[in-house]
Design a protein around this ligand. Sequence first.
Ligand code: NAD
Ligand code: WQD
Length: 342
Amino acid sequence: MSKILVTGGTGYIGSHTVVELYNAGYTPVIVDNLSNSNIRILDQLEKITGKRPEFHQFDLCDEAKVFAFVQQHPDIAGIIHFAASKAVGESVEQPLKYYHNNFFSLVNLLRAYQDKPINFVFSSSCTVYGEPDELPVTEAAPVKKATSPYGNTKQIAEEILEETANAHGNYHVIALRYFNPVGAHESALIGELPLGVPQNLLPFITQTAIGKREKLTVFGGDYDTPDGSCIRDYIHVVDLAKAHVAAIRLLEKGNPRGNYDVFNVGTGNGYSVLEAIAAFERASGQKLNYVIGPRREGDIIKVWGDVTKSAAELGWKAELGIDEMMSSAWAWEQYLSEHPLS
Ligand code: NAD
Ligand code: WQD
């Protein structure tokens, strides 16, 4: 079956996508520099799938290495490009790290394929919508001025991809705009591995429940929402992984909508922070220690996606709900406390 290059394949979303590629009959090939992931994920992937993915450790910002890799792997039929730096707060403190890593890796990859037909799936984000004027937000909604260098890298990367696909017929591109990926594989052998203090809600919840953090602070309880806390469209990482397989399939068939397309990848449902906490308490059977604190600067108040286009054109729909997201995230945190990976 065809080989798919998965950049960032030992990372959180990449590792789950490697599993789903195997399940769908593809052969994933991973490139990762391990800047934000752990080599032992390869053992975990082997335990789940019975196969050890081909793995290459190098930095995609290294142009010569990218070109050499592409030359030595003429049988790569598609690329899923996850590799990027992704911490919003850090990007405000170190914008050049983000512009360097996220752009050089993308442009090197694209340039290495300038003479070859290639199917390319890109990790974008609902961050491009900012605070949407209408909900649920559709792919046709305007892209708002980014509030962080990280968000800006996603917006500009989408533009780079669209312009490249329009100019050169060999690039067939789909950008997936993820909402909030959470949860873990049902085996509890892979999941999110945040470095240091988690900035995202779910790992902070599970680390609090396991006793690594004292308490969760809910960032703001006085927003204009039914319970005063912010609303997000949380998406199970396994559903998200399957969306990438659907995107590769659509590109292989030939996307009738053209060489560049974008899709929302969410469930279409919004949950508040307090609802997410209640769902976690239900799924884990544990009370969570939390307080309502001040707002976090720059937070979007409410966002959830319209997933009509993804269902119709990509043939993909989320299957797992908030209960599975919470129970799998909790099972993974418990596994990690008994089998630390780092
Ligand atoms: P992650 O950090 O777990 O995975 C990214 C992987 O890329 C890591 O394994 C890292 O070591 C690798 N990497 C980074 N720079 C590299 C480089 N120059 N060369 C080679 N490898 C490199 O992140 P994730 O949560 O799995 O996110 C994957 C993608 O999805 C990213 O592009 C991210 O911006 C995007 N995204 C993530 C979220 C989210 O909330 N997790 C939401 C929307 C979009
Ligand atoms: C979710 C909700 C917080 C932590 C970020 C990026 C975005 C995308 C996903 C990549 C919010 C609240 C959180 C805590 C809390 N990444 N919260 N206490 O802000 O939707 O998006 O990650 O593209 O670009 O900006 O995700 O998980 O940080 O927050 O109350 O300790 O949880 O205020 O309402 P967010 P998050």
